[in-house]
Write a protein that binds this ligand. Structure first.
Ligand SMILES: [Zn+2]
Length: 344
């Protein structure tokens, strides 16, 4: 079958790989109908050392179950399913605590003999714990939004939860990528009265405003911090959704939380340490967040997508076929596209 393989920085190819097939009795075989390229796929795209074997790519996909192993109970052939960006059994200590990202039997797509999502089909380990059936046909107009539940919408929601967004509060979203834009949706969904987007690109700002951003700060660094303070009577915001992970964005995020506020970090950290130790200490700022347990949130967010209350699929601004995936990586890396949808 055909699938996306990365061989090194800037080197993404569509290759013929062994067909996905059932191996464990807890597996499902899913034929992919839509997948996505993630901002986090761009980190290896920028930095990966050349490797002859290559690395299977993709962790956001939606598809149709073709077959299931003998132990699988909750999905069956023909079901349309969405997968979160990690697989998990749904039953271990951590899954029961809704922290599926720490599952004792979980893992990553594209690693240890598991297929990546940017390919024709995927063997899904721990199918009962991992897959969520979506009650729509594969051509449904809501498909792009349903696909975002696998990662970016769940991650934006995690940032909002970790930063304690609630009714009447002021939130700030650092980053205008797909996760930041979904963070705006999540902040509004949880009742934030005011949502300040920190980001710079006009098309993204326009989308953020449609999603519920009330204010936009296009400056960076110390100037951005000053602007947020000026917008909030000098106090800063209750909730900061850090959706980038760079040192600069993290510094900004921690600098704009008001006393007693909270920062939800969901951007993959590119530095080992967290800045502003003294400021956040004396202001009693909670620093939380981490890798989003997307599986824990899919059922909660699903009705809002199905009933049209949120449309996170609007973050996709380019659609490619599988052969167009290498150019999709380039377009996202060059900031031509916010997020690329792959149709099969
Ligand atoms: Zn588990």
């Amino acid at each position: 079958m055909r699938a996306t393989v990365m061989f090194g920085a800037g080197d993404v190819r569509i290759e013929t790989v062994p067909d996905a097939r059932l191996i464990e009795p807890t597996d499902a075989l899913v034929v992919v109908t839509r997948a996505a390229i993630c901002g986090s796929d761009l980190w290896p795209y920028k930095t990966m050392e050349h490797n002859e074997t290559g690395r299977r790519m993709g962790h956001e996909f939606i598809g149709v179950v073709e077959a299931v192993g003998t132990d699988v109970r909750t999905v069956k052939a023909g079901d349309v399913v969405v997968a979160p960006f990690l697989y998990s059994d749904g039953t271990c200590l951590f899954c029961r605590e809704r922290l599926h990202t720490s599952c004792s039997h979980g893992g990553r797509w594209g690693w240890n003999g598991v297929d990546g999502g940017q390919g024709v089909a995927v063997r899904v380990p721990q199918a009962d714990g991992t897959l969520v059936v979506v009650p729509v046909g594969t051509d449904d107009a809501r498909m792009p939004s349903l696909l975002t539940l696998s990662d970016v919408m769940a991650t934006g929601h995690h940032a909002a939860v970790a930063s304690k967004v609630g009714p009447g509060k002021t939130a700030a979203v650092v980053g205008d990528g797909a996760v930041g834009l979904c963070g705006v949706i999540a902040a509004r969904r949880l009742g934030a009265e005011r949502i300040i987007l920190l980001g710079g690109r006009p098309n993204r700002i326009a989308l953020a405003r449609e999603f519920g951003a009330t204010d936009v700060v296009t400056e960076r660094g110390a100037t951005a911090v000053e602007r947020v303070h000026a917008l909030t009577g000098g106090f800063g915001v209750h909730s900061v959704l850090e959706c980038v992970g760079l040192g600069q964005s993290t510094l900004t995020a921690l600098s704009i939380a008001r006393p007693g506020g909270a920062v939800g970090r969901v951007g993959l950290p590119q530095e080992e340490s967290i800045p502003q130790a003294l400021l956040t200490f004396f202001n009693n700022v909670t620093v939380g967040g981490g890798v989003a347990p997307a599986r824990a949130y899919i059922e909660e967010l699903l009705p809002d997508v199905l009933e049209g209350r949120i449309e996170p699929g609007r973050v996709f601004d380019r659609v490619v076929r599988l052969d167009g995936v290498p150019d999709g990586y380039r377009a996202m890396n060059d900031r031509e596209a916010i997020k690329v949808l792959i149709e099969f």
